[in-house]
Write a protein that binds this ligand. Structure first.
Ligand code: ZN
Length: 391
């Protein structure tokens, strides 16, 4: 048995959840007798389980194989600007425990790190089956060393060696990845990208990021910086962005941009049902409040959301022409809240601007995964890493 064949086979079974020996032979081109030998070896080592049968295609119903979900439990952590979310999952990504607390990023680096450590520690104290830690956050990450080079949201969050920090403190393997990518990984494993090889996951929250899958592979780019959709230019002479450039998509279509545009309309005295809220509690002006107002036919709110959708559709038309994907999945707080109010103008702009042949049949959908998707994706990532060492 070649180790490369073993690793390849186990990864296929992990990706497909339940798979028959025959379909493994079809997918790998390896001889069925050789597959049977490998599978027997993996079963004897406790890595594989038999469970269920595929629907009959006329012949004998095929026995399905899956990885043993109890191979290990894993911790997934997502550090966001508002919340820290932690999950424990089994080896296949099924969530066993959840923890969430406010990030309190204003309190600085050490406070945030201590919150993360106390969450991880409380899981480890209760579950001795935990064998790895996956961490996700945004910012500039050196994936090889698992170091966050720069994250401007927290004072002092520069060159933070999270991977080596976790590994030395807990004696467990760790991985660190960009949170939009871990969400896309969760989407591919459990969500709307299941079974898709060419898709783009776009996250629209306070910022805008994306993760790109081409031929089943996630694109990282030379420095791991691929996918910065929010900082592609849609107006060369447009407003200044936090990145120092002008006219970035993020300035026109992010949650921050939506609130900002609403605020400037209200400041100019445009009639809106949100005028009173703006006057009394300006800090409560949120994307959710704007969506609710738009649903109640507030024209300014509807216009602001529609403009954001149009800008997103314009940017996505560029992606569609560039990559010709099968599917685009929209995740994050803005599409989750705005749904059709964002999607309709987005589709109109996309269909007007993308090549018709690329746009026809393209599926654009809003994610249905829950708020823990980023943390679950991080635990899936660490499971994949452990799998290579186990085989
Ligand atoms: Zn920018």
């Amino acid at each position: 048995m070649k180790r490369a064949d073993l690793v390849n086979l186990v990864k296929l079974i992990y990706a497909d959840h339940h798979v028959s020996r025959m379909s493994l032979a079809e997918k790998t081109g390896l001889a069925p007798s050789y597959i049977t030998t490998i599978v027997r070896d993996l079963q004897e080592r406790g890595l594989l389980l038999e469970g269920g049968r595929a629907p009959s295609d006329g012949g004998r119903r095929r026995v399905l194989l899956s990885l043993n979900p109890e191979l290990a439990h894993l911790v997934g952590v997502e550090l966001g600007t508002a919340n820290i979310r932690l999950v424990v999952t089994d080896f296949l990504g099924r969530v066993l425990a959840v923890k969430r607390f406010r990030s309190e990023i204003g309190q600085g680096k050490n406070h945030v790190l201590e919150s993360i450590h106390s969450g991880i520690r409380s899981f480890l104290d209760r579950d001795p089956a935990i064998k790895g830690i996956g961490m996700s956050q945004s910012g500039v990450i050196d994936r090889g060393s698992g170091t966050v080079l720069f994250w401007p949201k927290v004072q002092g969050w520069t060159n933070v060696p999270l991977k080596s920090m976790f590994e030395s403190r807990y004696g467990l393997p760790a991985v660190v990845e960009d949170s939009v990518r871990t969400m896309a990984m969760a989407e591919r494993r459990f969500g709307r990208a299941r079974g898709y090889s060419n898709f783009v996951y776009v996250n629209v929250g306070m910022g805008i990021g994306s993760a790109i899958y081409v031929n089943g592979q996630l694109c990282f780019g030379r420095n791991g910086l691929a996918g910065e959709l929010g900082h592609t230019t849609i107006d060369e002479n447009g407003d200044l962005c936090s990145c120092g450039n002008r006219g970035c998509l993020e300035v026109y279509a992010s949650g921050w941009a939506i609130i900002n545009r609403m605020r400037s309309g209200l400041q100019q005295g445009v009639t809106s049902t949100l005028a009173e809220l703006w006057e009394r509690h300006p800090e409560q002006l949120s994307v959710e409040a704007i969506v609710e107002a738009a649903k109640s036919r507030d024209r300014l709110s509807a216009l602001v959301l529609s403009e954001a959708g149009t800008h997103l559709g314009t940017a996505l038309a560029g992606i569609v022409n560039l990559l010709n994907p099968e599917k685009i999945i929209l995740g994050g707080a803005v599409p989750q809240a705005a749904k059709g109010l964002l999607l309709r103008p987005l589709m109109a702009a996309l269909n007007a601007r993308a090549f018709q042949r690329s746009a026809t049949g393209l599926e654009v959908e809003i994610s249905r995964l829950g708020d823990e998707a980023g943390a679950v994706g991080a635990s899936v990532l660490v499971a994949e890493k452990l799998l290579e060492d186990m085989v």
